[in-house]
Design a protein around this ligand. Structure first.
Ligand code: PLP
Length: 373
C-alpha cells in the first residue's frame, strides 16, 4: 500500500501550520475550542479517518490510550472478572482492568516471530471465569487477529486490542488488530500518529460506542451524539484536547507516509539481520506481517555476540546500537506485584500453560536502536 503525502511537508511542519491556523481561527470563532466538547471539527475529522483506516463504523477520541482502555472495561462492565493477556506488555495496557479488580491470566506462550499472544495457548487457557482477551501488538508487531477473533467468537469473549504501538502495521493484508471488538490506539509522543497526548477507540459495536460516550465525553456530546434529553455528569473526563486532535488530524496522512519510510528502513535491517545469521530469522514478509517497528526487536540465535553483530551491520552501512527491551515481563515487575499481585496470584494459578519461553531465552531478546538517538 503506497501512502501519499501530496504536500511533502514533514508532520512537524504540518502540525505547526495547523496549530497556528487553529489559534488564529479560534480567536475569531471561540466555539472552535469546543470541538472536543461537541465532537465536531478536528475531533470529528480525526475520528472519521481512524474509522476508515480500520474499516469500522465508529471511532472515539480520548485523552490517552490508558483512559480509553479503562473506559472500555467500564463500558463492558468488566469488573471482578478474569481476562487473558500477554505478560510482555506495557503496564498501561492493564492499568484500567486492574483498577477494576480484574484478574489477569497471563499467557506465557508467545508467537516466536511477533512476541504476541499465541492463539493456541489462549484457547487452552480459557476458563469459565474468562470474560475477555486483551491482546497487545507489542513492539508494533501485529497479533494474530484472525485467530483471536475466532477464539473470542467461539467462547463468547470480548476481544480488546491494545494497538497503541501498531497503528499503521498490517497482518494478512489487514490493519493490525482490526478484527478486535475494540481497537485502542495511542497518540502520545513516539507513536505512529503523534498528537502530544491522546488516544482513540475504534469499533463496529454501536452499543459500546454509545456507552463510551456516556461514560467519558462531555454532556453536550452525549446529547448531540446519543440524542438523549438527559446526560451523565458522573463519568470520567476522557476527552482529547482540541489542539491534540488538530495535530493528529492534520498529520494523519503525513504520519503514515513517514511511518512507511521507517518500515522500509527497518525491513532492510531485518533482511541484513537474517543474512548475518546471528539472530533468529524474522520472516515478516513471507508471513504477511508488516510491523510498525515501534521497536526493532531480535533474538540471539545462540550466544549473544553484540560486537560481531554491530560490526556486521556497520559493514552493510547500517549504524545501530543494542538497547534494552523497552518493556519487561509484567508479572515480574515490582510495581505490578506490589499493587496488583493479589489479583494475579489467584488467577495465575488457574492458567494451565507452562512458560515455553524459558527465562534464559527471554534474556536473549534485545532491541536495536539507531546509533544517534
Ligand atoms: C502498548 C501500550 N499500551 C498502552 C500505552 C498507553 O498509551 P497512553 O500513553 O496514550 O496512555 C502505551 C504507551 O506507551 C503503550 O505502548
Amino acid at each position: 500500500m503506497q501512502i501519499s503525502n501530496p504536500t511533502q511537508l514533514t508532520s512537524v511542519e504540518i502540525a505547526q501550520t495547523a496549530v497556528a491556523e487553529f489559534l488564529r481561527a479560534a480567536a475569531v470563532s471561540p466555539e472552535l475550542w469546543r470541538s472536543h466538547i461537541n465532537g465536531t471539527g478536528a475531533v470529528a475529522s480525526l475520528e472519521a479517518k481512524l474509522a476508515a483506516h480500520y474499516d469500522k463504523k465508529f471511532a472515539l477520541c480520548f485523552s490517552s490510550a490508558t483512559t480509553a482502555l479503562l473506559a472500555i472495561a467500564l463500558a463492558l462492565d468488566l469488573k471482578d472478572t478474569s481476562f487473558i493477556t500477554t505478560p510482555l506488555s506495557y503496564g498501561a495496557t492493564l492499568a484500567g482492568f486492574l483498577l477494576l479488580n480484574n484478574r489477569p491470566q497471563f499467557i506465557n506462550v508467545l508467537e516466536p516471530l511477533t512476541q504476541t499472544l499465541c492463539p493456541d495457548a489462549v484457547r487452552q487457557s480459557i476458563s469459565t471465569h474468562t470474560k475477555a482477551i486483551v491482546a497487545v501488538d507489542i513492539f508494533g508487531n501485529p497479533s494474530h487477529t484472525v485467530a483471536l477473533r475466532e477464539i473470542a467468537d467461539e467462547f463468547g469473549l470480548f476481544y480488546i486490542a491494545d494497538a497503541a504501538q501498531s497503528f499503521g502495521g498490517m497482518r494478512s493484508g489487514m490493519p493490525a488488530s482490526c478484527l478486535a471488538d475494540a481497537i485502542v490506539v495511542s497518540l502520545t509522543v513516539g507513536k505512529s500518529l503523534m498528537a502530544g497526548e491522546g488516544g482513540a477507540v475504534i469499533t463496529d459495536d454501536e452499543l459500546l460506542y454509545q456507552k463510551l460516550i456516556f461514560l467519558t465525553q462531555h454532556p453536550d456530546r452525549q446529547r448531540i451524539t446519543l440524542g438523549f434529553n438527559f446526560s451523565n455528569q458522573f463519568g470520567i473526563n476522557g476527552r482529547i484536547h482540541p489542539l491534540a486532535a488538530t495535530i493528529a488530524d492534520a498529520t494523519f496522512e503525513s504520519s503514515l507516509a513517514e511511518l512507511q519510510a521507517h518500515q522500509e528502513n527497518r525491513l532492510k535491517i531485518v533482511t541484513a539481520l537474517n543474512e548475518i545469521g546471528l539472530t533468529v530469522p524474522m520472516p515478516f514478509e513471507a508471513e504477511g506481517i508488516l510491523p510498525t517497528f515501534f521497536s526493532l526487536v531480535a533474538q540471539w540465535q545462540k550466544k549473544a555476540d553484540p560486537e560481531r553483530l554491530i560490526n556486521a551491520l556497520n559493514e552493510g552501512g547500517i549504524d545501530m546500537k543494542i538497547a534494552e527491551l523497552p518493556c519487561s515481563w509484567i508479572s515480574e515487575q515490582a510495581s505490578f506485584l506490589a499493587q496488583y499481585g493479589h489479583l494475579w496470584s489467584e488467577a495465575g494459578a488457574s492458567s494451565s500453560n507452562e512458560r515455553v519461553i524459558p527465562r534464559q531465552t527471554e534474556k536473549t531478546i534485545f532491541a536495536l536502536q539507531d546509533l544517534y538517538r
